[in-house]
Design a protein around this ligand. Structure first.
Ligand SMILES: Nc1ncnc2c1ncn2[C@@H]1O[C@H](COP(=O)(O)OP(=O)(O)OP(=O)(O)O)[C@@H](O)[C@H]1O
Ligand SMILES: [Mg+2]
Length: 314
């Protein structure tokens, strides 16, 4: 067993396992799970596999994966979609709320600001005695999801998350574990603007990082800064609040950035005058019939969700 931590570290570092480590990993997984390594690695991320293998509990956890594998044909690997941007106010939360509803995904709110997804969903921490996000992270439990009509299931944030957020590594591990335990195909994470640990943790755990950007100089500058630091993440840029005639210079710059950094661009989402003052808590895309003033926005959000579903994580 001496080589387990070493093998785990290698997997975490994406270093190829040496022959001996590789042999032990494969033999043990086969013994416990009855299926070969690539299958396990498709079913959980490399990070989780590494963590499991490094613990004394690896046998028990691998057995859990083995039982999950019995329904592998009908149970695709869940995917975490993190909505993040270095710049504030570009539309992360609005996109996260709608996308989570469209993907039937739990929404994890990692932003502690008052204007965040939690408040807009209709949850007021002042009226509650518990803090599900903080308690789940502290007690290493999977949070129970809050349910509501016409909106995504939610893990609400809390103002104290601003000072009580764990390391990026711990956030990534927690999100991956919760995602596995919720048993849903998708999980959407909304984040605080900028490069705080919880945002990087959520990006590390993600199969896809959605980055809304406005076709304006400041927003494109922020996108460029983000790509310079983080282009190795699986990023899809979402042009948001796009004017009916967007400035040609901004369109060209976005195209150049996407080509230079080899990131995909989702279909654009128009500027919808009805959104900023909207008080309703249900997702726009849940409304039936869709109000005429929001119809175009709803259609475009369906387009973004389709791009997410068909994004090739390679
Ligand atoms: N497509 C859109 N058309 C018009 N307004 C929009 C659109 N998307 C978002 N908005 C509006 O822009 C404002 C900022 O959106 P939102 O809160 O989603 O941004 P954010 O990136 O999450 O902000 P923060 O960085 O502060 O968390 C809100 O008033 C929202 O209603
Ligand atoms: Mg926000």
């Amino acid at each position: 067993m001496a080589s387990w931590p070493c093998a785990a570290r290698a997997m975490q570092d994406r270093r190829p396992l040496c022959a001996d480590e590789d042999h032990r990993v494969r033999a043990t997984i086969l013994e416990y799970c009855g299926f070969p390594v690539p299958e396990l690695l498709r079913r959980c991320t490399v990070r989780l596999a590494a963590e499991y293998l490094a613990t004394d509990r690896h046998a028990e956890l691998l057995r859990l994966h083995a039982s999950a594998a019995t329904c592998r044909d009908t149970d695709p690997v869940p995917k975490i979609v993190t909505v993040a941007a270095y710049k504030g106010g570009v539309g992360k939360t609005t996109l996260a709320l709608e996308l989570a509803y469209l993907l039937d995904a739990p929404l994890v709110d990692l932003d502690w600001d008052r204007g965040g997804a939690t408040r807009r969903w209709g949850y007021r921490h002042e009226d509650r005695s518990r803090a599900p996000l903080l308690e789940a992270l502290t007690n290493q439990r999977t949070p129970k999801l809050l349910r509501g009509r016409g909106k995504a299931d939610l893990v609400p944030s809390h103002p104290e998350f601003a000072v009580a957020q764990p390391s990026d590594e711990d956030i990534a591990t927690a999100l991956e574990k919760w995602t596995g335990e919720w048993g849903r195909s998708w999980v959407v994470v909304d984040t605080h603007p900028g490069g705080v640990p919880s945002t990087f943790g959520a990006m590390n755990a993600a199969s896809l990082v959605l980055v809304p950007v406005q076709l304006a100089t400041n927003s494109l500058n922020a996108l460029e800064g983000m790509l310079e630091e983080a282009a190795d993440y699986p990023i899809m840029v979402v042009p948001n609040m796009v004017a009916s005639v967007p400035p040609a210079i901004a369109v060209r710059r976005l195209r150049e950035l996407a080509e230079h950094w080899q990131v995909q661009v989702a279909p654009p989402v128009s500027n919808s005058a009805a959104l900023p003052n909207r008080q309703q808590r249900m997702a726009v895309t849940s409304l039936d019939p869709t109000p005429a003033r929001l119809a175009r926005y709803a259609d475009e959000l369906h387009g973004v969700a389709e791009s997410v579903r068909t994004y090739d994580t390679g």
